[in-house]
Design a binder for this molecule. Structure first.
Ligand code: ATP
Length: 233
């Protein structure tokens, strides 16, 4: 479904992504894990067209998307839920969800909204509430719901559990699994390696802009180096 080959991304003089290659097959949950600054967010931003690679290729659903404008990438079904949620604080929950549907034909929007509300009943209850007054966990649900409004084939989630209370982290991971069971392929960036690898089909470990290790979620969970570096020994 997604095939990334030898990408290189720079911020001015900083070489943030160095020859990274990986792929995501239809139906997988793939986790990208690694320490702060490893390049996980930069990778997602490059896939969604917000940053550009100087080399290599990015293919999504058999199409080269490396030079495609960001809004066309979304319309193709590669949808990015950014780190830090970035909901529109002054707008209501439902207005935020509508914003997520801007690439979609009008006639599908009501159906998508119902689907989002099925996954996130809490958002339905609060659909007239101004997004800035939602709790952190609810804002994460809203950010994910807004992503779903774009009808993703592949949903990229950047640190969905960041800053959330343990109970809410659990709920968010349960929702990710439900979305996956409902047919969405997922690329998950997480600092919570334990939780991410537990639900991942496969994972990639990133260190200072490179991929250093790959395996199934279970292999990585039981790998000694991964345990020492990311799972507290
Ligand atoms: P985190 O979980 O902390 O966000 P990350 O693995 O997602 O970490 P990135 O945010 O992708 O890491 O950062 C990769 C590298 O690029 C880091 O060294 C970071 O300092 C640098 N970087 C990120 N954004 C910029 C920017 N806008 N300008 C300059 N350097 C940047």
């Amino acid at each position: 479904m997604l095939s990334v080959y030898n990408i290189n991304v720079w911020y001015g003089a900083i070489h943030a992504i160095k020859n990274i290659s990986f792929d995501v097959e239809d139906g997988e949950i793939v986790a990208l894990i690694g320490a702060n600054g490893a390049g996980k967010s930069t990778t997602l931003k490059t896939l969604s067209g917000l940053l550009r690679s100087r080399s290599g290729s990015i293919k999504f659903m058999d199409e080269d998307i490396m030079h495609m404008p960001a809004e066309r990438i979304v319309a193709h079904g590669l949808v990015h839920v950014p780190e830090g949620r970035r909901v529109f604080a002054q707008m209501t929950v439902e207005e935020n969800l509508d914003m997520g549907a801007y690439t979609q034909p009008k006639e599908t929007i009501a159906e998508n909204l119902e689907r989002v509300y099925t996954h996130f009943p809490r958002l339905k209850e609060r659909r007239r509430q101004v997004a800035g007054t939602l709790s952190g966990g609810e804002q994460q649900m809203l950010a994910m719901g807004r992503g779903l409004m774009a009808n993703p084939k592949l949903l990229m989630l950047d640190e969905p559990s960041m800053g959330l209370a343990p109970i809410m982290v659990e709920q968010i991971f349960e929702i990710i699994e439900l979305l996956h069971e409902a047919g969405t392929t997922i690329l998950l960036v997480e600092q919570n390696a334990q939780a991410a690898l537990s639900i991942a089909t496969r994972g990639y470990v990133m260190e200072t802009g490179t991929v250093t290790l790959t395996g199934t979620g279970q292999e990585l969970l039981h790998n000694d180096d991964v345990r020492k570096a990311y799972l507290g020994g």
